[in-house]
Ligand binder design. Sequence first.
Ligand code: CP
Length: 326
Amino acid sequence: MRPNLKGKHLLTTQDWTKEDIEDVMEVTRKLKEDRYLNIPHDDILKARTFFMLFFEESTRTRNAFEAGITQLGGHAHYLTPKATQIDHGETEQDTIKVLSRYGDGMGIRRSEPGGSKYMKTLASFADIPVLNMQCDDYHPTQALADLFTIKEKFQNDLKNKKFVISWTYAPNYIRPLSMAQSLALLMPRFDMDVVLAHPEEFRLKPEIISQAEKNAEKAGVNFEITHDMDEAFADAHIVYPKSWGPIMHTEDEQEGLDLIDKYPNWVVDQDKMDLTDPESLYMHCMPFDRGVEVTSEVADGEHSVIYDQAENRLHLQKALMALTMA
Ligand code: CP
């Protein structure tokens, strides 16, 4: 392992080399093993502080970071715009310059439009590593934990595994593109053939698709887009069905919600899973609309690895903090 990740920001996995990511996987494995064997590792970040700035709510991301740094011997501060001077207009520069004097790392979640710009600006002034806890474009901690889960389940043999990112029907609100975009960028770099399935209006950003295609070409794997969910699921080794908004088609919220309602059949049930490889994985970052975008039969069924994914957020985020902040 190369000790060159100290102080490095993680805004998107695209900024990290494959070797960087393999180092994260290795440390994640070690920390997970230690925890299972009850071997303490609370000297790694002893007395270190991780600031967590949330513009939106979280169950997994927040608690994995907070429990994680406690297990590494440090402490996390939970911050919101209202609990700081950010709501009064304090700039990205002033916020991070001051926090850099107090602590050792910072995570930010801002998945509303403009979130990635805010994070990038803040990181440009930071003297401590800044980790993206989800923005409008990327969700790197989730995608890396998902890669770790897939590696575990397939014993690192990912060559030409068919990985399907599929849009699903989930009404009520518009979800960001970040999860689908992060998966589209990361999985081809690790030798998987990626299929992206969605109704036409639910396309991802063109610059992300272009980069995902380049990543696939470099790795010698396929990256394809289809508008047919059944075709995507056929013989898939991993399916990752997840809702996102028609953000590239319309900025009008009501029009977006109406478009989602056009596709109520884009849901995952046992018939869909029967199209996949017998050993396939059903994955979801959670939270999901149980009983709407996926049946409980599938979510709790033999293909589902959703709780392993959620658990691996803990080990993975500990590895990220240990490598960037120690
Ligand atoms: N998957 C995920 O990021 O979950 P939370 O929104 O609960 O953090």
